[in-house]
Design a protein around this ligand. Structure first.
Ligand code: ARG
Length: 471
């Protein structure tokens, strides 16, 4: 059977078949295509457009085809271009003329728009589940490291002391925003284009509310021309994916630096590290590097789809078929990276002593020495200048704020007293910073509690999720 045989006299060249066929990548939509067809055929029957007995036979056969695909019994052919025509062809092969009625009042344009939305809704929840796992892992590490003091950096120069909890919870906030971004973007995929047909709806009295609701959408779309050519939601989701990769990549960059010999702040487990083929001593953070590297392709996928979409006139154009490889690649990359990343940080060791030792160097309590003078009545600018001089003195004399005598302190300012040592201990420097969102114990504990609540509340989005009851 040739779908276009009425209009075309010559057979398609093999070149063009190869070129425009999408079956090799859109076959992964098979389940959603069958779901959409079942909804459509039920709608046709309900509205009396085709006999109910035909609908039942079509639905039964579609279910059998689904089974056969899942059991690996079906080979698709590029001759039938894409998953939509391949399945329709198999249906017609099996039940003849009745099968030919399925495509009544439908076009591949609303069909593919529908399939992609169903697929996307299902997949986004999986990524959200991975993000929640990650948040849980991070929060677990945070709970164990409230008093693990470490240097905080700006410009990759030691700046002020923080705790490992405070540090890692910064990433929790990034991934929490990613979760929310995905939730918002997924809402844009939640409208059904089925019934928009090629671009202008159809003369058949389809009940679009009925098919939308049995497919689990919140409502049908409002404009048939937009419905078949809207790929905004994919771009939004790919944007959310790109940001996930930005965050993973930044985290990986730090894991690479922090696990290096010179830092030694963390150690990756052997199971998430690799060796060198020549240097026996090496333990490399390849997984972190690969995740950092893979961010490039996810950004590229986003740019590619934005560029593809920018000049397309209404309504459907074949350019839009390019959405799939970009979106699938971006999705698979993000899912793969999150799976590895979650395992990698779940099994890493936080080197508490090393972090504390690093915090004791680099004058990271200099601001606190200045704050001490300010508390005693000096203006911050004057205090800043005095402490700057003290840092220079310490560097020249190879000493630290902790080591210089109280007499030396007093030479810099008579306002210094013995309590200075206590005031500038790393522990104190962190714990005094108790502003909301700061590293102090109280604010960290509140943040951890907030995150636990966020995870609990969000879990239902994942656990209660069901696309629809069609299958
Ligand atoms: N394989 C096509 C795609 O992914 C399906 C829609 C084709 N429609 C058409 N009129 N050629 O976009």
């Amino acid at each position: 059977m040739q779908f276009f045989s009425g209009r075309f006299k010559e057979k398609a060249s093999h070149l063009i078949l190869d070129f425009h066929s999408s079956i090799n990548f859109d076959k992964r939509l098979y389940k959603y295509d069958i779901m959409g067809s079942i909804a459509h055929v039920r709608g046709l029957g309900k509205q009396g457009i085709i006999p109910v007995s035909d609908c039942e036979l079509i639905e039964k056969t579609l279910r059998e085809i689904l089974n056969d695909i899942e059991e690996g019994k079906i080979t698709f052919s590029i001759e039938y271009e894409d998953i939509h025509m391949n399945i329709e062809k198999i249906l017609i092969d099996r039940i003849g003329d009745v099968g030919k009625k399925l495509h009544t009042g439908r076009s591949r344009n609303d069909q593919v728009a529908l399939d992609m939305k169903l697929f996307t809704k299902d997949e986004i929840v999986k990524v959200q589940a991975q993000l929640l796992d990650l948040l849980e892992i991070i929060n677990g590490i945070a709970k164990e490291n409230i008093s693990t003091y470490m240097p905080g950096f700006t410009h990759l120069q030691k700046a002020q002391p923080v705790s490992f909890s405070h540090y890692i919870l910064a990433y929790a906030e990034m991934f929490r925003r990613d979760f929310i971004r995905l939730k918002n973007a997924a809402a844009l995929a939640d409208t059904s284009p089925l019934g928009s047909a090629a671009l202008a709806g159809t003369t058949y009295p389809l009940d679009r509310n009925f098919t939308s609701s049995i497919l689990g959408f919140s409502s049908p779309t409002w404009n048939s021309m937009d419905s078949v050519s809207d790929r905004d939601y994919l771009i939004e989701i790919m944007n959310a994916f790109a940001l996930i990769m930005v965050h993973l990549s930044r985290f990986c960059e730090e894991i690479i630096i922090y696990s290096s010999n010179d830092f030694g702040y963390i150690e990756l487990s052997d199971s998430f590290s690799t060796g060198s083929s020549i240097m026996p001593q090496k333990k490399n953070p390849d997984a972190a590097e690969l995740i950092r590297g893979k961010s490039g392709r996810v950004f590229g996928d986003l740019m590619a789809l934005l560029t593809t979409m920018k000049g397309i006139p209404l309504a459907y154009n074949k350019d839009m078929q390019e959405d799939k490889e970009n979106f699938f690649d971006s999705l698979d990359t993000v899912k793969g990276c999150l799976a590895v990343f979650n395992g990698m940080i779940h099994t890493m060791t936080v080197k508490k002593e090393r972090l504390l030792a690093a915090a004791a160097q680099g004058f990271i309590n200099a601001t606190d020495v200045a704050d001490y003078l300010t508390e005693k009545g000096m203006s911050f600018r004057d205090a800043y200048k005095i402490v700057g001089g003290m840092v220079a003195y310490c560097i020249d004399n190879n000493t630290t704020f902790e080591e210089i005598s109280i007499e030396t302190y007093k030479e810099f300012s008579p306002l210094f007293d013995k309590d200075i040592y206590e005031m500038i201990s790393i522990k104190n420097c962190v714990e005094k910073r108790c502003t909301l969102g700061g590293p102090g114990k109280e604010s960290i504990t509140a943040h951890i509690k907030f995150l636990d609540e966020f995870i609990n509340e969000s879990e239902s989005i994942v656990t209660d999720y069901k696309l629809n009851d069609i299958l």
